[in-house]
Design a protein. Sequence first.
Length: 578
Amino acid sequence: MRRVFTGNSASSGMALGRVRLERPARFSIDNTPLPDAEIEAEVARLERAFAIAREDMSTLRRKLHGALAREVGEFIDAHALLLDDPELIEGLRAMIRKGHYRATAALKAQRDRLVAVFDAMDDPYLRSRGEDVDHVIARVQSALARQASSEEKKLATRVGEILVTESVAPGELAHMASHGILAVVAGSGSPYSHSAILARSLHLPMLVNADGVLEDLRDGDLALVDGVRGEVVVHPTAQDLAQFRNWQREALRDGQRLAQLAGSETHTRDGHKLHIFANAERPEDIERARTLGVAGIGLYRTEFLFLAQSGLPNEDEQFTAYRDLVLGAGGLPVTIRTLDLGADKADAAGLVMASEPNPALGVRGVRLSLRHPDVFVTQLRAILRASCYGPVRILVPMITNASDIVEVRRLLEECARDLRTAGHEIPDQFELGAMVEVPAAALNVRALLEVTDFLAIGSNDLTQYVLAADRNNDQLGKLYEPAHPAVLRLLAHVIARARGAGKRVCLCGEIAGDPAFAPVLVALGLEEFSMLPDRILGARDALAHCDRKTLRALAPRLLRARDSDEIAALIASVQSAS
Ligand code: PEP
Ligand code: MG
């Protein structure tokens, strides 16, 4: 019989599939006391389970690519820390040795104790971190179960299923999405959780806080998840299925309409040409970007090369990666950004200071690179060598003062000289640009323009620094708001100054590919946009619907707006009038 469960929509879209229940209680807990003779074997079994869980995590990390690697990587790191927590492991060993607990029961008891500690915290953010404990312990339980019965099937390998669970860790979500899970329904959680953010970026419909689903749904039930209305319909009727098919047809039509824009140039409705670049990290991204039609690679984040392995990649390894990137771009310009480790991007090589009180305001990006000239020079040499294979622009992150760029240019020139002396053919000229993502750099952009060849606006960071709102903190909700008038004023200032100086300025933060943001950026005079390949066609379509003249005329009013609602109302007024 048809039943409807409601929840909060955390990621829109619809999906029809079979329920795959993931109950927290699916691990069988053995509470019978352990005989003395089995104690050491049980400790060994527990330790093996921890080792398997650690290996699972690092396999997962290795499999992640691109933007996802970055988003998921930090959660994985947090979980890996818990798995390595000596207090946790020692406590479990003691429970087995002294309390005669079996491993499953010890884990369950530790989980309950730790979750209770988190539950008692006042700070809602810290309280929600109890979820991490749950996910980590579940991983170890699962590893223990796998030792007992080797045929435990991986959820992730199932296709056409809707995961119904109490909560899901971001790492697992990424893995499952790449193995065909169609949607997620969670009994708890919030639309601001890391998993919810990730589900949105994966276009995976997701409901959270769905009451009763774990109790009332069964494995294999046919279910329709409506991520727009926040509903799960179990045993849908013919009418529900018709509605789903309508939605599918519309989504398909949209996709087909957008596909026609592949390979075309980008123009506003009144015929002004704009330039779309790609933020690309993998060879597939570059190939896809070229098929969709781009003016070049606007951002290649090199830190992923460093995060993907333990230890630093050497000059030849980096050179090969950059050269392949440049060759893959087939003559289009490639913007290679130097290392941006620090803040939320910790590294395996130990360059990042572990104990900074305010890492986002600390030694990150170029600040870190200049502190490790040997590492930085290795990277600059590799980039310079790759620049013989096609046009390369070198971009430096987290610039605060013009003197940072002067120092980088000095190092680059030194590297070029050394490479030429060693017989390498290095082009005479290289283009050096600064990321504008620190408010001081934006306000003082005139000084920066005197020493750079181009600018790239990092609106992700600029927004967090202007609003003092951590871009990774779900608890801040709408406070992290790129459409804030203060952010827009800085963007307008940077764009106008760069254009006045006759220098190129591109925006490569997330808003560049956000169709809803396109009219605002056109109004501010932006001409170069860099975004993930998946967003190119949607953005090209949105830009094609903008009337540049009208929007440019609206700019003074946008910049006088008091808040983001006023900005949205102004944009809506010109769009409905056209
Ligand atoms: C930005 O800050 O907008 C940006 C593009 O860089 P990242 O997201 O890598 O910090
Ligand atoms: Mg940035």
